[in-house]
Design a protein around this ligand. Structure first.
Ligand SMILES: [Zn+2]
Length: 295
């Protein structure tokens, strides 16, 4: 079985506490993963806006124990508390990701802004977000990233067009079943898109499922024949769910090849990838909509 682990780091707390724990776990087992960090400020507190504007967010907050996962300070960043810089606060941690053989990619600049506003942003504003993220990445790493993972799986015609002009080799910004090139609102992307194929642990927790049962459900969703991509959150799998996640990894290890997404991307023949339309859809346990490959 083939599984690519995609670790999204959305918050200051996730980078500071969650990512080192996940790196320790992966390092002890000599497993490689792809890590995508939000390069700009942590404005998580502003996501509270979703509390008022989206059905299901309150339920997710309560059932998923979002406050326990993300902490009270995180819930106030960008509102009552100033927004701390995520990547710039821990440059050594970003360099550690690469030094230990993992892939380091970009998870946008301002995660909350991209997540909540992308659908209505003109191309110029999207390009500014990507340029800001790239300049932080270059400042810390001294080179360009190869992978981009959209915050909150939010894509638009503008984001696909902007990413095509950047240094990226691929993106992983949708939910779907197999690698493809996206078509959104008449724009056909040139870069390969490697979608997240599995439900995420935080979604299953959001449905009120306990962490052991949730991880068992993820295990049962794995495909024997096709590439599996699991998105993890540094705040979740690297936080209160670390032990349960470790047990899942150990159970899978004997029969699974763990790959980085960049390794998958290098194997793809871009010219032969199918072009598939992308649309907004829902996922059980997740508030709002995400960009989905049409099956
Ligand atoms: Zn994210």
């Amino acid at each position: 079985m083939r599984l690519a682990l995609k670790v999204d780091v959305d918050t200051y707390r996730g980078l500071r506490f969650g990512l080192p724990r996940l790196l320790d776990l992966l390092g002890r087992r000599r497993l490689m993963a792809s890590v995508y960090v939000a390069m700009g400020p942590d404005n998580s507190g502003r996501a509270i806006r979703r509390f008022f504007s989206q059905k299901g967010f309150t339920r997710k907050m309560l059932r998923g124990g979002a406050l326990r996962l993300y902490g009270l300070r995180t819930a106030l960043y960008g509102t009552l508390l100033p927004s701390p810089e995520i990547a710039r606060s821990f440059p050594d941690l970003l360099r550690r990701v690469i030094a230990e053989g993992h892939e380091l990619g970009v998870h946008g600049y301002d995660h909350v802004y991209w997540h909540d506003r992308l659908a209505s942003l003109p191309e110029g504003d999207v390009a500014t977000e990507i340029d800001r993220a790239l300049s932080v990445f270059r400042e810390i790493i001294g080179g360009d990233p190869e992978g981009f993972a959209a915050p909150g799986w939010q894509c638009s015609a503008a984001s696909v067009a902007c990413l095509d002009r950047g240094p990226f080799v691929y993106h992983s910004s949708t939910r779907g079943t197999y690698p493809y090139r996206p078509r959104i609102d008449g724009v056909e992307g040139k870069l390969p898109e490697i979608p997240t194929t599995l439900p995420t642990l935080d979604e299953l927790l959001g449905l009120g499922i306990g962490q052991d049962d949730a991880l068992e459900r993820i295990r049962r969703s794995l495909s024997e024949d096709d590439l599996n991509v699991l998105t993890m959150h540094a705040e979740v799998e690297g936080g209160p769910c670390l032990d349960a996640f470790t047990a899942l990894v150990d159970r899978l290890r004997p029969t699974t090849r763990f790959d980085r997404l960049i390794d998958v991307a290098h194997e793809l023949s871009v010219a032969r990838l199918p072009v598939v339309p992308v649309t907004q859809g829902t996922r059980p346990g997740r508030a709002g909509t995400v960009s989905c490959q049409i099956a």
